[in-house]
Design a protein around this ligand. Structure first.
Ligand SMILES: Cc1cc2nc3c(=O)[nH]c(=O)nc-3n(C[C@H](O)[C@H](O)[C@H](O)COP(=O)(O)OP(=O)(O)OC[C@H]3O[C@@H](n4cnc5c(N)ncnc54)[C@H](O)[C@@H]3O)c2cc1C
Length: 458
């Protein structure tokens, strides 16, 4: 056994360190069921144990990869046989909830859904929300600065964070557990842990903001015939729902058709429309809000902005609508799929989406180019399914990213860079920006031990 593994077992105990054949019993990630590769998997319970583990790895020059819920889309948490995994899975305590101050203090391994549910018991809302809520962790959400379906109203993960604690590469604990929004005393170092994908430290505890729990929730699935109508409906709803619009998810026909094909989700509307929007508003007055919501939809129907719509009449019907948007497993099963997450100005979205589709079908005439996204944030997701033996990932990347440059877009709206998008970082960040990222990495992790090679190489 390698000395570093012996030292980790001595410090944390046999049950906290998986090694040998036990490592391969774990799946690589949500996206990849093949066995995990790593020298060992360390499962600390406290910040102190994470600190001990990193201090030992630092002494042995041992590279470390941090794992949360393994739902990340860019392979940042996927380790090699030479790396030690630190998994936050046992650090899943909700330490306290303060409904008056509007904050919750949690360990980083708590799942997003567990925090949402705990907040709800106190009549509070934890406002980050995304399809992987049952598995992704708060630490992973911090590390990726996760986005999701409520960003247009509440902001990304960065906006939900009051304070955090993290362990640096040499085991130093940085504790910035602020419980209040305002602290301008010098540099706000917590931001160096947000969206830096575990390259500067391991997040161990977080203080998040909570909001009052809305009382009403009104949802609709609408069908539209053009992207101009999609943006018109967004403008109308943002104005007339006066800040209560909390989700506006757009599905191109390519997505809706694939999601509702036989064996998939039932379709409550005709499947032939060019666009579908799943919109949701949350407010404070159950009766008044639902009447107002229905009136707005009727007005949009009368003016021709939407051509059909369905409003769920029960929680289970609402859930069924959200399943169309959030549960795409059947669409991916058995198919080679390249996943993209780009952002660009909404005014350029329709032209860009069509340009990518044309490039993809020019290369692979039978390909599926599935498009959907959090359009109010300028965020478009694409599933490219070449349906061909020649599933050249690079060619697909080029088709998606080349037209982005012309419209000032980003190769990563919310998933990060990880391993998968490293080659494309320079399309979205200048040389100066990337060099500044490297200088931060050298300052905080001079031995390049934390998530080495993720985001950029040194
Ligand atoms: C069905 C589905 C829907 C999704 N929808 C969205 C969406 O709408 N918006 C969105 O933004 N993302 C989405 N994602 C992507 C993913 O859920 C997010 O990136 C999420 O934040 C990852 O959290 P995780 O705990 O699974 O992290 P992991 O996958 O385990 O790790 C992700 C990265 O964070 C690092 N990391 C994890 N924990 C820590 C920690 N404690 N300290 C330091 N670094 C850490 C890892 O090393 C890795 O680089 C979706 C994924 C799936 C499967």
């Amino acid at each position: 056994m390698k000395p570093v593994i012996e030292a980790l077992i001595d410090a944390l105990g046999e049950q906290a360190v998986l090694h040998g054949a036990r490592v391969a019993e774990r799946a690589t990630s949500y996206w990849d069921a093949s066995p995990t590769q790593a020298l060992a998997v360390v499962k600390p319970r406290t910040t102190g144990e994470v600190s001990k583990a990193l201090e030992i790895c630092h002494r042995h020059d041992q590279p470390v990869v941090t794992q949360g819920g393994l739902t990340g889309c860019v392979q940042g948490a996927v380790a090699s046989n030479e790396e030690v995994i630190v998994s936050l899975e046992r650090m899943n305590a909700i330490e306290s909830i303060d409904p008056v101050g509007g904050s919750a203090t949690v360990q980083a391994g708590v799942t997003l859904q567990a925090l949402q549910e705990a907040a709800r018991e106190h009549d509070c809302l934890f406002a980050l929300d995304l399809g992987a809520r049952g598995s992704c962790t708060i630490g992973g959400n911090v590390a990726t600065n996760a986005g999701g379906i409520s960003v247009m109203r509440y902001g990304m993960m960065r906006s939900q964070i009051l304070g955090l604690e993290a362990v640096l590469a040499d085991g130093t604990v940085m504790s910035s557990m602020d419980e209040v929004l305002k602290n301008n005393a010098g540099y706000d170092l917590k931001h160096l842990m947000i969206g830096t994908e575990g390259t500067l430290g391991i997040v161990t505890r977080v203080v998040v903001r909570l909001h009052p729990l809305p009382k009403s929730c009104n949802t609709a699935l609408a069908a539209l015939t053009s992207f101009e109508a999609v943006t018109q409906l967004l403008t109308d709803m943002q104005r007339d729902l006066a800040g209560t619009l909390s989700a506006y998810e757009v599905m191109w026909n390519s997505y809706y058709h694939a999601a509702t094909e036989p064996g998939g989700h039932p379709s409550p509307l005709g499947r032939e429309y060019p666009f579908y929007v799943l919109l949701q508003a949350e407010g404070a007055d159950v009766e008044r809000d639902s009447l107002h919501f229905e009136q707005l939809l009727e007005r949009s129907l009368e003016s021709g902005v939407i051509v059909d719509a369905v409003i769920p009449k029960s929680e289970s019907e609402r859930h069924a609508l959200w399943e169309i948007r959030e549960n795409f497993e059947a669409m991916l099963a058995g198919r080679t799929t390249f996943l993209y997450d780009v952002s660009l100005p909404i005014r350029a979205m329709a032209g860009y989406a069509e340009a990518v589709r044309q490039r993809i079908v020019a290369r692979w005439p039978d390909a599926r180019c599935i498009q959907f996204g959090h359009i109010a944030d300028g965020n478009l997701h694409l599933f490219i399914q070449p349906e061909s033996q020649d599933a050249d990932h690079l060619a697909s990347d080029e088709a998606v990213y080349a037209p982005l440059l012309d419209v000032g877009g980003s190769v990563s709206a919310e998933h990060g860079i990880g391993m998968e998008k490293k080659a494309w970082l320079a399309r979205s960040r200048s040389d100066t920006e990337v060099e500044l990222m490297r200088s931060l990495k050298r300052a905080w992790d001079p031995k390049n031990l934390l998530n080495p090679g993720r985001v950029f190489s040194l």
